[in-house]
Every structure is written in structure tokens, then in C-alpha cells.
Design a protein around this ligand. Sequence first.
Ligand code: KIV
Length: 271
Amino acid sequence: MSVHNEIRKVTTHRLSEMKLRGEKIAMLTSYDFSMAQLVDEAGVDVILVGDSASNVMAGNETTLPITLDQMIYHGTSVVKAVKRALVVVDLPFGTYQGNSREALSSAIRIMKETAADAVKLEGGKEILESVNRILSAGIPIMGHLGLMPQSIHKFGTYTVRAKEEEEAEKLISDAKLLEEAGCFAIVLEKIPARLGKLVAGELKIPVIGIGAGAGVDGQVLVIHDMLGITQQFSPRFLRRYHNLAAEIKGAVGNYITDVKSLDFPNEKEQY
Ligand code: KIV
């Protein structure tokens, strides 16, 4: 391979450079080898092996049931496919909130067994001890504030977070704490656009939004949602770039018709 063909891997340092020069960061989820290969080749900057795998891959109502072993399985499959993007793997519910030793051993398992570049954790002040311990082991962390799906039973609904002053103040202070601790980026989920812009303006590290408006440093979506594979989920922040559900059903329908009508396989499609 010539020097010119060499792929420059995205690093946490490159993401901060992108923020400095005002270049927006494009991030998407992936959970398996084939999809991650396509997403990486298309040029996305960050691939998140999100615990949304619990919903879109495993069919669970919430992200709570997915296990560390399952996240490691998805992470390993994705990392094998990716040449350029920075790969971040979610620490699943119950593997870091209890105590910081457990948090560190969960993060170490992810880094060792998947070879991912970083982990993502939901929460601010409440999980600071875990954040510090993981960072002290040299593991890069992406924070996650605003709507935190792992705390859905505390929130009660998936509605917009931090609309009230008190919750907005806490979010700002948590974001600053995570930055001071040494997180390299933060995801803000489903908050008012003006709050997203304010936090991105206050922090030096990149702020990636999902339903946090246009004033943040980058955007993230769940790949199944933006490709139109999931059909029931239509929050305001979601832009669908394809209607893959219709395409897949159409193709499968054609295959069924061809098999039943003896059109497939034809002469050229057999040995
Ligand atoms: O799990 C996930 O997909 C996420 C994104 C929604 C940011 O955390």
C-alpha cells in the first residue's frame, strides 16, 4: 500500500482539533461487522457501539437488559471492520454505577476484549468516582448527559430533558465536571437546542448531540433509525435518510415470489 492510500485513524485528539476549527463531527451507531464496514467506508468520524443494541438488535423495550458480554460481542464485531473511525463502546447498565472498582474492571474488559478506542458512560456527579478511576487507567471516556436511557425508570418518560432551570443548571455543572475529570467528549441527548449550544460554547471538549440542536459540535443517530429500518420510532430530532424497511420487505417479497413461481434459481444460477 502506498503512503497516499494509508488511512489516518480518527483519534480523540483529532476530534478536539475538529472542534477548534469548527468542523462538525459525524457519529453513528453500529453493532455488527457488515454494517460497521459500510459506515466506516462512508467516512463517519466516530462509531458508537451503543447499548441501543438492546433495542434494535435484541428487541428489548429498554437498554437495561443488555449485558457486558453482549456489548463485548458487538464491540468485537465492529472493531474488526473499522479502519478509520474512532470506536466507542457503551458500558451497559449495572456495570459501573455500583462502585468504581467494578467500573474499572468493566471498562478494562471492554478495552482488552474488543480493542475499541474508548468507552461511554451515562451520568455526571453521581458516577464521578468511576469516571476518575477509569480515566486513571488510561481509558478514554465519552460522557453522556441529558436524556439517559439507562435511567428511564427514574425519569419515567423519554421526553425532552433539562427544560427547567434546575435540571439545566445540573446538566451544565455535570458537563463541566466531566470535562475537568478528563473526558474527551460528551453526548447530550434530547435537550433544548439553546442549552446544547450553551454547553458546547462553555466546554473545550467536543459536544455531540442527539436531539440537542444545531449549536453543538457534532451529531449522532442510531443507524437503524436514520436508515429507516426501525419503523415505529419517530422523534422530532430524527431525520430518515432512507426507507430501508420498505426496500428490504420489497426485496424479500420478490425473492418469495421467485421461489414459489420456480423462477429462482434459473439455469445460470445452478451448477
Ligand atoms: O446507545 C446509543 O445508541 C446511544 C446514542 C443514542 C447516543 O447512547
